[in-house]
Ligand binder design. Structure first.
Ligand SMILES: [Zn+2]
Length: 385
């Protein structure tokens, strides 16, 4: 049996800079748990396919945005999970690292890295943290202003419909939009908090502290033990946050509607989450292009067939091709929430603008005072001389 088929593997995705692969590590009880879970899912999926259990009940009356809206309003849809990626933050001016020409690739050359991925590799970072912090400074957003899409997710929360938001983004905009710790799984970590890298210390620092270090061009060092301080984003060679594994296990089987926005579903293990909801759970994709579609071979082998928007057998997947903001606004209109969403965005943006103004005024004031102080001191020293 030399030509026995190889066990199916996860499809090799383009090895992009932000892809995070699960790497084997010594202390990985969560990963063991997670792979056990995957095996269970596989068996469950295999049995349900072979025995025709729980497959293909049509929940949406129509595979359109309108149909999704009617389902949400029906009262049967109580647990919505959002899966989001860089596309929901592009209208906030946050560069999508994956798009060529938007910064990262062009910018890396000057850091004389051994190879581009090194800048996000934990081992390299611990020895040479400077390039990472220089890049962080360069790409630091001028303003943290969540988008219509972020506030649409916030509305789902306010209406008691959001089970959880799974984000690949590290920009903290979900939090700025009003999602709380418990509403959120930041699968690739976050800039919101930072920690001392010393296992004995692990002192936490907030975003303001980190921002001050980044903009003063100093490598952030722990105030307690002088070790390096690293933003809590997941580097290559690091495990995903434990919460990712624990929450997916409880959330996805209970999901009534999966809304996937602004992600090309190419980063594992995030991408495979779309197959963790039940066979009947409708899945809505709002994105600039269709993605996550089934790979025929993988489908035949029983490995979660991916999304099916267009085939004759399509029964639950809806693709709405647009920007995330437009898609959310359109969905809000079908739901009768449009005015409410517009008000929320206007109100929250006004708050952010006024806070920005205050901060700038405060900063200007401090600068003036510092200049006055310098002037006085210089004046005094003049007199003394
Ligand atoms: Zn420390």
């Amino acid at each position: 049996m030399s030509d026995a088929p190889e066990p199916p593997r996860e499809k090799e995705e383009d090895s992009n800079l932000c892809d995070r692969e699960e790497e084997p590590s010594e202390d990985s009880s969560e990963e063991d748990e997670a792979s056990g879970e995957t095996e269970m899912d596989f068996l469950r999926s295999l049995f349900s396919r072979t025995l025709g259990l729980g497959s293909g009940e049509k929940v949406l009356d129509e595979l359109t945005l309108d149909g999704v809206a009617r389902y949400i309003l029906s009262g049967k849809c109580k647990n919505i999970i959002c899966m989001v990626g860089a596309g929901i933050s592009t209208s906030a001016g946050i560069p999508d690292f994956r798009s060529p020409g938007t910064g990262l690739y062009a910018n890396l050359q000057k850091y004389s890295l051994p190879y581009p991925e090194a800048i996000f590799q934990i081992d390299y970072f611990k020895k040479h943290p400077e390039p990472f912090f220089a890049l962080a400074k360069e790409l630091y957003p001028g303003q943290f202003k969540p988008t219509i899409c972020h506030y649409f997710i916030r509305m789902l929360k306010d209406k008691g419909l959001l089970r959880r938001c799974y984000s690949q983004n590290i920009d903290t905009l979900e939090r700025v939009a009003g999602l709380e710790e418990d509403d959120l799984v930041e699968a690739h970590g976050t800039f919101y908090t930072s920690h001392c890298v010393s296992f004995l210390c692990r002192k936490e620092y907030n975003l303001d502290w980190m921002k001050a270090r980044i903009f003063s061009d100093e490598v952030p060092k722990c105030e307690k033990c002088s070790s390096l301080v690293k933003p809590d984003i997941v580097f290559f060679g690091e495990n995903l946050p434990a919460k990712f594994f624990t929450s997916t296990t409880t959330d996805f089987p209970r999901c009534d509607l999966l809304i996937i926005m602004g992600t090309s579903l190419q980063v594992q293990p995030f991408a495979s989450l779309v197959n963790k909801v039940s066979k009947n759970t409708p899945r809505l994709l709002i994105n600039m292009e269709k993605t996550g579609q089934s790979d025929a071979l993988m489908g035949m082998l029983g490995f979660g067939g991916g999304m099916d928007f267009d085939s004759e057998k399509a029964y639950r997947d809806v693709a709405y091709i647009s920007t995330c903001d437009e898609g959310c606004m359109a969905l809000a209109e079908f739901l009768g929430w449009k005015a409410e969403l517009e008000d929320l965005v206007k109100r929250e943006h006004a708050l952010i603008d006024s806070k920005d103004k205050q901060d700038k005024a405060k900063l200007a004031n401090q600068t003036v005072k510092a200049e006055e102080k310098t002037a006085t001191e210089t004046g005094n020293s003049d007199k003394l001389e």
